[in-house]
Each structure stands twice: as C-alpha cells, then as structure tokens.
Design a protein around this ligand. Structure first.
Ligand code: ADP
Ligand code: MG
Length: 396
C-alpha cells in the first residue's frame, strides 16, 4: 500500500525526522490561508499523487510549455496562481503511464535553501535478508539512470537486525553521503529514526529523494515515498487509515474484497488462473504467442463458487479485455467448482468476448461436463499451449 508525500512526511515527523512545515489542500480557496501559515519567503506547491517524477511531469491540459507538478513560488499570490493552475488537472510523469493522474490535492510547503541533493532509501534486501540503506550523493534526479551509468555511486549498507543501526553504520552512511559537521551529526540522529520508522511500521520501501543538505548545513527530508507491506497492514490501523482508494485501481480494490490476488495490466487477454506460478506461466505463454495479458489473477487454492464468480466479473468488467483464458489445475481446487463459477458468472454478466477454458486435475471430467451442458460459447483447450494458441487466435 502506498501513501502520499504529505502523509509520509507527517509520519516521519512523528518519529522525529526533520521535515519542512507544510499544509495539504484540496480547494483553491484554501491556498492563501495555507501559505500564510508558512514562514516564506519561498514556497513550494507540490502535486500529491501516488507517483514520482512529479517535478519533471507535464499537465495534459496545460500544454507543453507549462511548468511541472512541483513548483516554486516567491509570493503568496504566486502560490494561489499555481494552485489554480494545477488543481484538478492531469499530471503525466515517468511513473503514471500515458493516462496520467488527476491532481486532487496539493501540498504547500516551506521552500528550502538547498546546498546538495542526496538520495537515501530503505528497503528489504532479499539477497542478504536484511533491511538495507541505499544511498548516493547523486540525489534529486533519476536514480535509475545513476544506477545504470555509474553504479559505483550507489552504496548499500545492510543493517543487522539484532544490533540495529550501529555507530559503524552511521559512519559508513555519513561517508557515503559525504556529510560533515552539522550534517553528519544530523545524519547520526536521522538514520536510526528512519530505520525505526521502517521496521515499526512494516514498510517495504522508504525513499527520500532528495534528502538535502541546506545552506545552513542541516539535513532535511525534502521528498518522501513510503510503501507498506500489505501482509502486515492488519496490525497497523493508523496506516490503513492513510489509504487513498482514489489512487488505486478500482478492479484491484474489488478483488481485495474477495481475497483475490489481482494485478491490472495493459494487455487485452483476461486471465483467471489458480496458483501464482501457473498465473505467471499463463502470462508468459500469452506473450510467447504475441499477445499481452490484461491482468494477473490468482484465485487461490481454496476458491469457492462465489470467489470465482467475483473474479470473472472483475475480468469481464474491464473494457480492455478482448478475450478470456481460464487456466485451472485442479489440485485442492476442484475443476467442477471452477466450472460452476464460470457458468454462474457468465449467466449473470453475459459473455461478449471469446472464452477459452483449460481444465486439468481433480474432477476434470465433471468440470468439462458442466461447461458442455451449459450451452455457453466456450472453447475447450487440452493443455496450456493449446489454450494460449486458441485465445490468441480468437482475439486476433
Ligand atoms: P518528484 O521526485 O516527484 O519530482 P520532489 O519532491 O523530489 O518531487 O521535488 C522535485 C524537486 O523540487 C526536488 O528535487 C527539489 O529540487 C525541488 N523541491 C521540492 N520540494 C522543495 C522544497 N520544499 N524546497 C525547495 N525545493 C524543493
Ligand atoms: Mg523526488
């Protein structure tokens, strides 16, 4: 689960991290009062969407010469003018896809006098099985480009879970970021704070890009992106309350109500599969035959008719879906249950696109009989290869 920058900063502030003062607004009429709460003389108006690259982003409605999604303002009037310009419009960044995201909230923040922009993130490093800091002096810009062109400028410091952030770790981080004097002593305080926030709140990513050294030598968290481990949300009601469903895919929200592992994708073949491995294989083989999957969907081992029906409805409700491939290996899940679910769902929502079904395993004969007797226009397939070929051919 992701949250907005202003929420991430509020959270980090609670742990004692240095963040700027700021006010989130959703209406133009709130802009002036928000700016008046800040010290000035520099203000920053920041689009709040669940995507990075906002600074270099473009507003669809404003033409190619308009400024991006993070704007500096030198007066309160300029703040208000920028708010009027940005609010309600669609921001396209490297991370939003071509459709962009509507900016429904802006964060008016105190402008900082920046000396250096650094990169700092915390993530779970699976290779070493530890939470690790990833840092670089080359912050503020595209860190992926830095990783590509100059990987030696990205430094990884994994933290021993027993010891936490040690003074040796702090020294390594300060050296990697070339922090001295006040900034180094700020780092000594900040690094353990970030590690504590990360572990206590079950984050999966905490990215600060940039972390800045200000002209007065102090550190400040200037941008913050936080993702939480969805599997741990049950123990963080405070985090759950930060969820902004308007930023999430409506189909994914619906799927989560039925405990379906569903991820919306860009292709046009809808997939209903049991087991994550088989779902991945199904997506791969669709690609092999030249098409793209519209989704990843694992209905799980213990799916019942209701769950299968819900899954089928989610797939058919997607206007991008031009054909559906049901690929089930009946192990714990029985083929006749899947067949009943498919038939019930088709009867309820109708079938406007080709449907190919491949069933194998427990109760496969019963399942096939249910499909045959349903009178529905379903194409049966013998194996995975056959199924993929048939649905790709049907979609054309
Ligand atoms: P994004 O990563 O989505 O583009 P950032 O929050 O990192 O958004 O902002 C982009 C750039 O804007 C930063 O690298 C920084 O140079 C500038 N910036 C952002 N917030 C402030 C601020 N409060 N004061 C001064 N400059 C800022
Ligand atoms: Mg940033």
């Amino acid at each position: 689960m992701n949250i907005h920058e202003y929420q991430a900063k509020e959270l980090l502030k609670g742990f004692g991290a240095p963040v700027a003062e700021g006010v989130a607004i959703t209406e133009v009429s709130q802009a002036e009062a928000a700016a008046r709460q800040l010290p000035g003389p520099l203000y920053v108006v920041k689009s709040q969407i669940h995507a990075g690259g906002r600074g270099k982003g473009k507003f669809t409605e404003l033409g190619p010469d308009a400024k991006g999604g993070v704007r500096l303002a030198k007066t309160i009037d300029e703040v208000v003018a920028n708010v009027r310009d940005m609010l309600g419009n669609t921001l396209v960044t490297k991370q939003t896809g071509d459709a962009g995201k509507q900016v429904n909230r802006l964060y008016i923040e105190d402008g900082a006098d920046i000396d250096r922009e650094l990169y700092l993130s915390l993530l779970v490093d699976r290779a070493v099985g530890r939470v690790a800091f990833v840092v670089s002096t080359e912050g503020g810009m595209d860190i992926e480009a830095v990783a590509e062109a100059t990987p030696e400028k990205i430094i990884n410091v994994a933290i021993d879970p027993e010891a936490g952030v040690t003074s040796a770790d702090v020294a390594k981080l300060n050296e990697a970021l070339q922090l001295t004097g006040q900034a180094a002593s700020d780092g000594e305080t900040l690094f353990p704070i970030l590690y504590k926030a990360f572990t206590e709140k079950d984050m999966s990513l905490l990215e600060i890009n940039p972390l800045i050294v200000m002209t007065d030598g102090r550190l400040r968290v200037l941008d913050a992106k936080v993702s939480f481990d969805g599997n741990a949300l049950f123990r963080h009601d405070d985090v759950k309350a930060l969820r902004d469903e308007s930023e999430e895919d409506a189909k994914e929200i619906e799927a989560s109500k039925y405990d379906l592992a569903y991820v919306a994708l860009d292709g046009d073949i809808g997939c209903m599969v049991n087991g994550a491995g088989l779902a991945m294989a199904t997506m791969d083989i669709i690609k092999l035959y030249g098409k793209e999957p519209a989704n990843f969907l694992d209905v799980g081992g213990g799916a019942n008719k209701e769950k299968v029906t819900a899954a089928f409805k989610i797939i058919t409700a997607d206007p991008a879906v031009k054909g559906i491939l049901v690929n089930i290996f009946g192990g714990i899940m029985k083929c006749d249950i899947i067949a009943e679910g498919v038939v019930a769902a088709v009867k309820e929502v109708g079938l406007k696109v080709p449907l190919v079904v491949r069933l194998e395993g427990t109760n496969v004969e019963k399942g096939k009989a249910i499909l045959n007797e349903s009178g529905l226009a379903i194409t049966a397939a013998d194996d995975l290869d056959d199924a993929a070929k048939k649905i790709v051919a049907a979609v054309g």
